[in-house]
Design a protein around this ligand. Sequence first.
Ligand code: GRG
Length: 261
Amino acid sequence: MAYSLFSGGKRLRPILTLTTARIFSSELGPVSALACALEMIHTYSLIHDDLPAMDNDTLRRGRPTCHIAFGTEIATKAGIGLLDQALKVCLLAHERFPELAQPMCRAASELFHNAGFDGMVGGQIADIIAERIKVGLEEVRSIHRYKTAAMIEVAIVMGCLLYTDDDRTIQAFRTFGQKIGLAFQIIDDILDILSESSVLGKNAHSDLERGKATYPALVGIDQSRHDAEQLIEQAVDALSDTALPVQILVEIARYVYNRKM
Ligand code: GRG
Protein backbone atom coordinates (compact mmCIF):
# COMPACT_ATOMS: atom_id res chain seq x y z
CA MET A 1 0.00 0.00 0.00
CA ALA A 2 2.75 2.44 0.98
CA TYR A 3 4.92 1.43 -1.98
CA SER A 4 2.27 2.55 -4.47
CA LEU A 5 0.81 5.45 -2.50
CA PHE A 6 4.17 7.10 -1.85
CA SER A 7 5.80 6.41 -5.20
CA GLY A 8 5.04 9.87 -6.56
CA GLY A 9 2.31 10.59 -9.02
CA LYS A 10 1.10 14.02 -9.96
CA ARG A 11 -1.40 14.22 -7.07
CA LEU A 12 -3.72 16.06 -9.43
CA ARG A 13 -6.95 15.02 -7.69
CA PRO A 14 -6.01 16.03 -4.10
CA ILE A 15 -4.42 19.21 -5.46
CA LEU A 16 -7.75 20.01 -7.12
CA THR A 17 -9.61 19.38 -3.86
CA LEU A 18 -7.27 21.57 -1.81
CA THR A 19 -7.06 24.31 -4.43
CA THR A 20 -10.84 24.49 -4.63
CA ALA A 21 -11.17 24.51 -0.84
CA ARG A 22 -8.66 27.37 -0.56
CA ILE A 23 -10.93 29.53 -2.71
CA PHE A 24 -13.42 29.38 0.18
CA SER A 25 -11.30 29.04 3.32
CA SER A 26 -7.78 28.87 4.73
CA GLU A 27 -8.85 26.11 7.17
CA LEU A 28 -7.88 22.98 5.21
CA GLY A 29 -7.74 20.34 7.98
CA PRO A 30 -11.10 18.63 7.36
CA VAL A 31 -10.88 18.76 3.58
CA SER A 32 -7.30 17.38 3.66
CA ALA A 33 -8.66 14.09 4.99
CA LEU A 34 -11.03 13.85 2.04
CA ALA A 35 -8.21 14.72 -0.38
CA CYS A 36 -6.04 11.93 1.09
CA ALA A 37 -8.92 9.44 0.86
CA LEU A 38 -9.39 10.37 -2.78
CA GLU A 39 -5.71 9.77 -3.57
CA MET A 40 -5.88 6.39 -1.80
CA ILE A 41 -8.83 5.34 -3.96
CA HIS A 42 -7.08 6.62 -7.08
CA THR A 43 -3.93 4.67 -6.16
CA TYR A 44 -5.92 1.48 -5.56
CA SER A 45 -7.48 1.88 -9.01
CA LEU A 46 -4.03 2.16 -10.60
CA ILE A 47 -2.78 -0.97 -8.78
CA HIS A 48 -5.79 -2.97 -9.96
CA ASP A 49 -5.70 -1.50 -13.46
CA ASP A 50 -2.08 -2.68 -13.83
CA LEU A 51 -2.75 -6.30 -12.75
CA PRO A 52 -2.06 -9.12 -15.23
CA ALA A 53 -5.81 -9.79 -15.58
CA MET A 54 -6.33 -6.13 -16.50
CA ASP A 55 -3.76 -4.10 -18.45
CA ASN A 56 -0.81 -6.23 -17.34
CA ASP A 57 1.49 -3.22 -17.05
CA THR A 58 4.95 -3.33 -15.55
CA LEU A 59 5.73 0.35 -14.94
CA ARG A 60 3.79 2.88 -12.86
CA ARG A 61 4.88 6.22 -11.41
CA GLY A 62 8.37 5.48 -12.67
CA ARG A 63 8.70 2.23 -10.73
CA PRO A 64 7.76 -1.43 -11.20
CA THR A 65 4.01 -1.85 -10.75
CA CYS A 66 2.81 -3.16 -7.40
CA HIS A 67 2.29 -6.74 -8.66
CA ILE A 68 5.76 -6.78 -10.26
CA ALA A 69 7.27 -5.70 -6.94
CA PHE A 70 5.18 -7.88 -4.60
CA GLY A 71 3.22 -10.42 -6.68
CA THR A 72 -0.38 -10.41 -7.85
CA GLU A 73 -1.89 -11.68 -4.58
CA ILE A 74 -0.30 -8.95 -2.46
CA ALA A 75 -1.00 -6.25 -5.05
CA THR A 76 -4.68 -7.19 -5.17
CA LYS A 77 -4.88 -6.95 -1.39
CA ALA A 78 -2.92 -3.66 -1.40
CA GLY A 79 -5.60 -2.19 -3.65
CA ILE A 80 -8.44 -3.39 -1.43
CA GLY A 81 -6.54 -2.21 1.64
CA LEU A 82 -6.22 1.30 0.21
CA LEU A 83 -9.96 1.40 -0.49
CA ASP A 84 -10.67 0.37 3.13
CA GLN A 85 -8.17 2.91 4.39
CA ALA A 86 -9.88 5.66 2.40
CA LEU A 87 -13.17 4.88 4.13
CA LYS A 88 -11.46 4.85 7.53
CA VAL A 89 -9.82 8.25 6.92
CA CYS A 90 -13.22 9.75 6.01
CA LEU A 91 -14.92 8.26 9.09
CA LEU A 92 -12.16 9.43 11.45
CA ALA A 93 -12.30 12.95 9.99
CA HIS A 94 -16.07 12.93 10.40
CA GLU A 95 -15.58 12.09 14.09
CA ARG A 96 -12.83 14.70 14.52
CA PHE A 97 -14.79 17.59 13.02
CA PRO A 98 -18.35 17.06 14.37
CA GLU A 99 -19.38 20.61 13.44
CA LEU A 100 -18.87 19.66 9.79
CA ALA A 101 -20.47 16.21 10.10
CA GLN A 102 -23.23 16.86 7.57
CA PRO A 103 -21.19 18.28 4.67
CA MET A 104 -18.36 15.78 5.37
CA CYS A 105 -20.89 12.96 5.06
CA ARG A 106 -22.23 14.41 1.84
CA ALA A 107 -18.71 14.80 0.41
CA ALA A 108 -17.63 11.28 1.44
CA SER A 109 -20.78 9.70 0.06
CA GLU A 110 -20.24 11.50 -3.23
CA LEU A 111 -16.61 10.31 -3.22
CA PHE A 112 -17.58 6.65 -2.81
CA HIS A 113 -20.46 7.01 -5.25
CA ASN A 114 -18.16 8.36 -7.97
CA ALA A 115 -15.51 5.75 -7.18
CA GLY A 116 -17.95 2.86 -7.43
CA PHE A 117 -20.21 1.19 -9.93
CA ASP A 118 -21.93 4.49 -10.81
CA GLY A 119 -18.55 6.06 -11.53
CA MET A 120 -14.97 4.82 -11.89
CA VAL A 121 -15.57 1.08 -11.46
CA GLY A 122 -18.59 1.17 -13.79
CA GLY A 123 -16.52 3.07 -16.35
CA GLN A 124 -13.75 0.52 -16.04
CA ILE A 125 -16.21 -2.32 -16.63
CA ALA A 126 -17.58 -0.51 -19.71
CA ASP A 127 -13.97 -0.09 -20.87
CA ILE A 128 -13.31 -3.83 -20.50
CA ILE A 129 -16.47 -4.67 -22.46
CA ALA A 130 -15.55 -2.09 -25.12
CA GLU A 131 -12.35 -4.05 -25.83
CA ARG A 132 -14.51 -7.00 -26.92
CA ILE A 133 -16.99 -5.15 -29.15
CA LYS A 134 -16.77 -2.28 -31.65
CA VAL A 135 -17.51 1.06 -30.01
CA GLY A 136 -17.90 4.59 -31.39
CA LEU A 137 -17.09 8.06 -30.12
CA GLU A 138 -20.22 8.41 -27.97
CA GLU A 139 -19.38 5.21 -26.08
CA VAL A 140 -15.75 6.31 -25.66
CA ARG A 141 -16.92 9.67 -24.28
CA SER A 142 -19.23 7.90 -21.86
CA ILE A 143 -16.42 5.57 -20.70
CA HIS A 144 -14.18 8.61 -20.11
CA ARG A 145 -16.93 10.32 -18.17
CA TYR A 146 -17.31 7.42 -15.72
CA LYS A 147 -13.83 5.90 -15.66
CA THR A 148 -11.81 9.11 -15.33
CA ALA A 149 -13.91 12.27 -15.11
CA ALA A 150 -16.05 11.06 -12.18
CA MET A 151 -13.03 11.09 -9.85
CA ILE A 152 -11.82 14.48 -11.09
CA GLU A 153 -15.33 15.90 -10.75
CA VAL A 154 -15.63 14.69 -7.15
CA ALA A 155 -12.16 16.09 -6.37
CA ILE A 156 -13.47 19.55 -7.22
CA VAL A 157 -16.92 19.11 -5.71
CA MET A 158 -15.52 17.90 -2.36
CA GLY A 159 -13.41 21.06 -2.30
CA CYS A 160 -16.53 23.25 -2.15
CA LEU A 161 -19.10 21.07 -0.35
CA LEU A 162 -17.61 21.77 3.09
CA TYR A 163 -17.86 25.52 2.59
CA THR A 164 -20.99 26.24 0.57
CA ASP A 165 -24.42 24.74 0.05
CA ASP A 166 -25.28 27.09 -2.79
CA ASP A 167 -26.47 24.77 -5.57
CA ARG A 168 -25.50 27.13 -8.41
CA THR A 169 -21.95 27.47 -7.10
CA ILE A 170 -21.59 23.71 -6.58
CA GLN A 171 -22.95 23.08 -10.08
CA ALA A 172 -20.45 25.51 -11.64
CA PHE A 173 -17.56 23.68 -9.95
CA ARG A 174 -19.05 20.32 -10.87
CA THR A 175 -19.21 21.30 -14.55
CA PHE A 176 -15.62 22.52 -14.35
CA GLY A 177 -14.56 19.13 -12.92
CA GLN A 178 -16.48 17.12 -15.49
CA LYS A 179 -15.02 19.07 -18.40
CA ILE A 180 -11.39 18.97 -17.27
CA GLY A 181 -11.89 15.28 -16.39
CA LEU A 182 -12.88 14.50 -19.97
CA ALA A 183 -10.02 16.60 -21.34
CA PHE A 184 -7.61 14.80 -18.98
CA GLN A 185 -8.45 11.39 -20.46
CA ILE A 186 -8.27 12.64 -24.08
CA ILE A 187 -4.79 14.04 -23.37
CA ASP A 188 -3.88 10.78 -21.62
CA ASP A 189 -4.82 8.84 -24.75
CA ILE A 190 -2.76 11.22 -26.92
CA LEU A 191 0.26 10.89 -24.61
CA ASP A 192 -0.04 7.10 -24.76
CA ILE A 193 0.52 7.39 -28.53
CA LEU A 194 3.09 10.19 -28.72
CA SER A 195 5.14 9.95 -25.56
CA GLU A 196 7.66 7.51 -24.10
CA SER A 197 7.52 5.30 -21.01
CA SER A 198 10.54 7.10 -19.52
CA VAL A 199 8.66 10.41 -19.61
CA LEU A 200 5.24 9.08 -18.59
CA GLY A 201 6.54 6.84 -15.80
CA LYS A 202 4.15 4.17 -17.09
CA ASN A 203 4.02 1.90 -20.13
CA ALA A 204 3.50 4.00 -23.28
CA HIS A 205 1.77 2.72 -26.45
CA SER A 206 -0.25 0.22 -24.42
CA ASP A 207 -3.59 1.31 -25.97
CA LEU A 208 -2.16 0.77 -29.45
CA GLU A 209 -0.84 -2.66 -28.51
CA ARG A 210 -4.27 -3.63 -27.18
CA GLY A 211 -6.03 -2.18 -30.24
CA LYS A 212 -8.19 -0.03 -27.97
CA ALA A 213 -10.83 2.31 -29.38
CA THR A 214 -9.48 5.49 -27.81
CA TYR A 215 -10.45 9.06 -28.61
CA PRO A 216 -7.44 9.73 -30.92
CA ALA A 217 -7.81 6.28 -32.50
CA LEU A 218 -11.33 7.29 -33.56
CA VAL A 219 -10.93 10.96 -34.57
CA GLY A 220 -7.16 11.47 -34.94
CA ILE A 221 -4.71 13.41 -32.84
CA ASP A 222 -5.44 16.92 -34.17
CA GLN A 223 -9.19 16.62 -33.64
CA SER A 224 -8.59 15.12 -30.19
CA ARG A 225 -6.38 18.07 -29.21
CA HIS A 226 -8.98 20.48 -30.53
CA ASP A 227 -11.78 18.78 -28.56
CA ALA A 228 -9.67 18.72 -25.38
CA GLU A 229 -8.92 22.43 -25.78
CA GLN A 230 -12.63 23.19 -26.20
CA LEU A 231 -13.45 21.23 -23.05
CA ILE A 232 -10.89 23.27 -21.12
CA GLU A 233 -12.46 26.53 -22.39
CA GLN A 234 -15.94 25.27 -21.43
CA ALA A 235 -14.58 24.37 -17.98
CA VAL A 236 -13.14 27.86 -17.50
CA ASP A 237 -16.42 29.42 -18.71
CA ALA A 238 -18.38 27.43 -16.14
CA LEU A 239 -16.46 29.15 -13.34
CA SER A 240 -16.60 32.64 -14.77
CA ASP A 241 -20.05 33.44 -13.29
CA THR A 242 -19.10 32.53 -9.74
CA ALA A 243 -17.25 35.82 -9.07
CA LEU A 244 -14.78 33.83 -6.95
CA PRO A 245 -10.95 33.99 -7.21
CA VAL A 246 -10.58 30.89 -9.39
CA GLN A 247 -7.34 31.82 -11.21
CA ILE A 248 -5.27 28.89 -9.86
CA LEU A 249 -7.95 26.42 -10.93
CA VAL A 250 -7.91 27.99 -14.38
CA GLU A 251 -4.13 27.50 -14.49
CA ILE A 252 -4.50 23.84 -13.44
CA ALA A 253 -7.08 23.40 -16.21
CA ARG A 254 -4.53 24.72 -18.73
CA TYR A 255 -1.92 22.38 -17.24
CA VAL A 256 -4.27 19.43 -17.85
CA TYR A 257 -4.20 20.34 -21.54
CA ASN A 258 -0.44 21.06 -21.75
CA ARG A 259 0.84 18.29 -19.52
CA LYS A 260 3.62 15.99 -20.74
CA MET A 261 3.06 13.13 -18.23
C1 GRG B 1 -11.76 -4.63 -12.25
C2 GRG B 1 -13.76 -3.10 -12.56
C3 GRG B 1 -12.34 -3.25 -12.20
C4 GRG B 1 -11.62 -2.16 -11.84
C5 GRG B 1 -10.15 -2.05 -11.78
C6 GRG B 1 -11.47 0.93 -11.16
C7 GRG B 1 -10.18 0.48 -11.70
C8 GRG B 1 -9.61 -0.82 -11.23
C9 GRG B 1 -9.44 1.24 -12.50
C10 GRG B 1 -9.84 2.62 -12.82
C11 GRG B 1 -9.58 3.07 -14.13
C12 GRG B 1 -8.41 3.92 -14.37
C13 GRG B 1 -7.05 3.48 -13.96
C14 GRG B 1 -8.66 5.04 -15.05
C15 GRG B 1 -7.61 5.81 -15.70
C16 GRG B 1 -7.53 7.18 -15.22
C17 GRG B 1 -6.13 7.67 -15.42
C18 GRG B 1 -5.78 8.29 -16.72
C19 GRG B 1 -5.26 7.48 -14.46
C20 GRG B 1 -3.89 8.05 -14.43
O1 GRG B 1 -3.98 9.18 -13.59
P1 GRG B 1 -2.77 10.16 -13.36
O2 GRG B 1 -2.09 10.45 -14.66
O3 GRG B 1 -1.79 9.24 -12.50
O4 GRG B 1 -3.24 11.31 -12.58
P2 GRG B 1 -0.77 9.66 -11.34
O5 GRG B 1 0.19 8.50 -11.26
O6 GRG B 1 -0.09 10.93 -11.76
O7 GRG B 1 -1.58 9.81 -10.11
